[in-house]
Design a protein around this ligand. Sequence first.
Ligand SMILES: Cc1cc2nc3c(=O)[nH]c(=O)nc-3n(C[C@H](O)[C@H](O)[C@H](O)COP(=O)(O)OP(=O)(O)OC[C@H]3O[C@@H](n4cnc5c(N)ncnc54)[C@H](O)[C@@H]3O)c2cc1C
Length: 298
Amino acid sequence: MKAAPFDYVLAQDLDQALGLIDENGADAKLIAGGQSLVPMMAMRLARPQLLVDINRLAELKQIHFTPEHISIGAGVRQRDVEFNAQIHQSVPLLKHALSWVGHIQTRNRGTIGGSLAYADPSAELPLSALLLNAKIILKSKTHPEREVLAEDFFLGPMFTAIADDECLSAIEWPIWSGERLGVAFEETAIRKGDFAMASAACQIQLDASGLIQRVSFGLGGVDGTPRVFPHLATRMVGQKFSDLHMEDIAQEAISECDPGSDMHASSAYRKHLAKALLCRVTQAAIQSALAPSASTAH
Ligand SMILES: Cc1cc2nc3c(=O)[nH]c(=O)nc-3n(C[C@H](O)[C@H](O)[C@H](O)COP(=O)(O)OP(=O)(O)OC[C@H]3O[C@@H](n4cnc5c(N)ncnc54)[C@H](O)[C@@H]3O)c2cc1C
């Protein structure tokens, strides 16, 4: 099928883009990498009357480092984040997550902001943003800049806190500074590059005696949004991983999720997968934290 007719403007700066979405409301859509929007338009699941192209906007391509976080512009390509050594050093979860996102070709075009704005419940970047509780910066023509934490950003499948007149401009990814940091991301899909039937991620930090100092873990593809479990993670703090019954913790996590059934997997199978993946990523994250070369974020 072909997309329904639409008008197109290549925005020259962010002010112009914000003005156009302010004037046209829900009839306009921003287009970034086009890796999700163009297929949706081709299937006529999206029928914007106006496409506002934000690909050339330098304002959305900035990367800034502070001791506490990395701010990555919404328009930065996924592949540029995947291969940025300084980002990998400071927020290693991103590279782990990105290696599962689609294909090299889609990551060459797809943007960090586009993936968060699209908010597919099984997408890897939304899960990573939630796991780290990243701060999402939204701009509009008429209101002051708005900051929304990831925990308040994902509202449902393909549904976020972005208003029709807002553009996601940057994401601040918290840095867990210090040593003995371990991360892991795993998923199961029908074919490599497909959206995950279920995915799991974990970031963990150990103290000098090997006790868990800080941990966050989550699941994708098992509910209307990605899910994290801070109440379960808190219970793990101060403990030795080998003393924990990770299967029981994973069971508790999946009992809080409500995955749908589709042609790829039943709800019960998704839960089964998610539980196994969660046990696997926590174990893998611990191993990477204990490895002599364990990440040290700066
Ligand atoms: C074959 C294939 C496989 C894929 N597999 C995966 C996968 O495994 N995991 C995964 O996560 N993704 C996957 N994708 C999707 C891909 O990662 C997209 O890059 C991503 O979902 C959207 O990013 P984009 O920059 O292409 O956004 P676009 O497609 O341009 O836009 C997506 C939506 O976000 C909105 N939007 C974009 N930028 C902004 C902004 N700055 N502010 C506000 N709204 C904005 C648009 O209006 C649109 O509604 C796949 C895509 C393809 C084609």
